[in-house]
Unconditional design. Structure first.
Length: 73
């Protein structure tokens, strides 16, 4: 939505749509999907894509929601 500066620090103001969860997330499915798309599992629930320079961290079952078989980060 924008940025806000306070006490010499810059903060991002974001908005996220409501995402429902209908089932427990299978972390093996998350790992397989990310691996198939070029991400490397660095440790536990952290992934890195060397070509894109993207880092996804803390992708545990409370941060990845599953709705009718589809996962949302």
């Amino acid at each position: 939505m924008g940025f806000h500066q306070a006490e010499g620090k810059l903060f991002a103001a974001v908005k996220q749509a409501f995402v429902k969860s209908t089932e427990q997330t299978n972390l093996n499915n998350v790992k397989e999907f990310l691996s198939t798309n070029g991400f490397i599992n660095k440790k536990e629930n952290d992934y890195y894509h060397p070509g894109l320079g993207l880092i996804f961290e803390d992708l545990h079952d409370e941060n990845v929601l599953t709705d009718e078989g589809l996962c949302s980060l």
